[in-house]
Design a protein. Sequence first.
Length: 320
Amino acid sequence: MMKAADLPTYYNICDILEHNLKHRENKIALLTENGSFTFREISEQVNKVGNALIRSGVRFGECVAILCPDRPEWVSTFFATAKIGGVALGLNTLLTTEEYDYILRDARVKILVVHDSLQAMVEPIIKKHETLARVIIVSDSESKYYSNFADWIDGERSELARATTHREDFCSLHYSSGTTGMPKGVLHTHKDYPLIAQLSGVNLFGISENDRTFSVAKLFFVYGIGGNLIFPWYVGASCVLYAGPPRQVAAVLKTISTFKPTVFVSVPTIYSAILSLPKFNERFDIRSLRICISAGEPLPLKTWNNWRDTTGIEILDTIG
């Protein structure tokens, strides 16, 4: 069984992405409704973002927050932040302005990357934070007051050396949803990601480079980033990003039908909602699925049985 001591003493989570460049740099790593990206293309964008972060003054150990739907910009900012020795904070897109205010202060966020669809949630509080040096907007149009993400990284070099990070250095910060008071931050180290990828993704779920993952749990959840980014890239598999709401189950099923994932990462509420859709398995082709995973809340036995009887797949019920 893999242990932390099996990893190099100086390790950076970006290896989970970059180890794929040796043998599969031209393989599709990320599939989205707006296009697909190879491991090489993602790696080059990560390096551009990393160089832009350094140019923006981000230093070792400082926090970069991401408030964005599941898009390539989320992925590249996460890995770029970790690659330069920073701490990446994926913000829950469903919080209130008051909660964002608290988190930005609590985490001492240096750079905020925010999608224009969520900008209004943080606009009233941006000027309140002395540590916040810069706001980057992910948008197809120009911003009057802030840097556009594409312009921000335009002209940056596509090469970047990894920072010398210890496997015990922090690389990411995740906040709870605040069900018992204000959200609470939980730090993760570089070593945590390859360990969970090996022990759960490989040893438990049997994910391989031939798989393609898809998750309704968003990347800002540990469950989502594990099942739909870290696990697949650790073994060289591809992942599908869905930026829409999980509860729009027809859109979820259309995504499965279109991109043909083999691994579906979901929650009991969504499995139940799909089952309530009349003849869903006749209206949408989900035959590509070989593994269905559930977590986050109790899985009712009735849901488990109905899913198995309808699809022929037994849901693997994990955490929650």
